[in-house]
Design a protein. Structure first.
Length: 325
């Protein structure tokens, strides 16, 4: 087996390699003056089962476009040089949010993304908590593995809530199923009844509307659940509504912490006690170092490593993707 972690995913790559009990294989990345780049493995991949780790969120180091293209080219390079199988491991998958047409002549970038990976002869794509699971599974013809972050999040919820009554809450209607699954998992692991709630939200041309609030949060510890936090506006809107209705504490829980422009408001406002995200992105780790005490990082390296180990050994991954075997 060969395991590579491209630039920008180094820290997560190290934790995955540690959990796997292997080293991160060496590779070269070069950026040219005209904006082009190249990457190549520095060890033979001929006949090998190759895993390439790269989270595809844009940042100060590189745009999402550059990261995606570098990953695609690296996959193709491995195939060009005789790799028996190449698996792309992209914990955060760029362009996955646009999975259907909502306006006339809209692109369906999720489908185009799938075509790009398939054109590079990717054998398997592994990701973590994609925005729309059904759309993701239907877009790809190559094998896909969608890792489920509920298990580590259940542990975090239990530690933060203590003995207080818990409400799992979706900040918008689109995330109700995701929040409901976390509620089921938390009830199963904690053995205690858990409340549930959600808010309505509609976004059109950058304007958010909707004021429906469902659920009893009075005197309870509320966990707002989403797949990602970008600006944090959706989370903050829901947190304020929960506070107005008597919530004892409010935590924002998301798999991917992008923390883009405007997210500083999330921490300046007192409506949210703490933000809980995985370390799938370097931006989350960087933000946690700055916002000491306001962000709790949930490690995902062991989960990714376990998926790689089972794929390499042709073993079942049913429990890692939230399915019953």
């Amino acid at each position: 087996m060969r395991f590579f972690a491209l630039k920008g995913t180094d820290r997560l790559g190290f934790s995955v390699a540690q959990a796997l009990g292997v080293g991160v294989d060496p590779h070269e990345e070069r950026d040219f003056e005209d904006g082009e780049h190249k990457a190549r493995p520095l060890v033979s991949v001929r006949g090998q089962d190759v895993y390439v780790l790269h989270s595809l969120a844009g940042g100060a180091d590189a745009s999402a476009n550059d990261k995606l293209l570098k990953l695609l080219f690296f996959i193709a390079t491995c195939r060009e040089n005789g790799a028996a199988r190449v698996t792309a491991v992209a914990p955060y998958l760029a362009y996955a949010r646009k999975d259907r047409q909502t306006k006339s002549r809209d692109p369906v970038t999720m489908r185009y993304l799938a075509q790009l990976f398939e054109a590079m002869r990717t054998d398997c794509l592994v990701t973590l908590e994609v925005h729309n699971l059904a759309a993701f599974q239907n877009a790809f013809r190559c094998r896909t593995v969608h890792l489920d972050a509920r298990r580590p999040f259940c542990t975090a919820v239990r530690e933060l809530a203590g003995d207080a009554p818990v409400v799992i809450f979706s900040p918008d209607g689109g995330g109700v199923k995701r929040a409901g699954l976390l509620k089921e998992s938390y009830e199963a692991t904690s053995g205690s009844a858990t409340g549930f709630g959600f808010m309505e939200k509609h976004r059109s041309r950058g304007v958010v509307t909707g004021d429906l609030f469902a659920g009893d949060v009075d005197g309870k510890v509320v966990f707002l659940v989403d797949d990602m936090i970008s600006t944090g506006g959706t989370m903050l809107r829901a947190a304020r509504a929960c506070r107005e209705r008597g919530a004892k504490a409010v935590y924002a829980v998301a798999t991917h912490g992008l923390f883009g422009k405007g997210s500083e408001t999330l921490f300046a406002d007192g409506a949210i006690d703490k933000v809980v995200v995985t370390d799938s992105l370097a931006s989350a780790s960087d933000e946690a170092a700055v916002r000491q005490g306001r962000i709790e990082l949930v490690p995902c390296g062991a989960l990714v490593a376990e998926a790689i180990a089972r794929l390499h050994g042709s073993r079942s991954i049913a429990d890692l993707v939230g399915m019953e075997s």
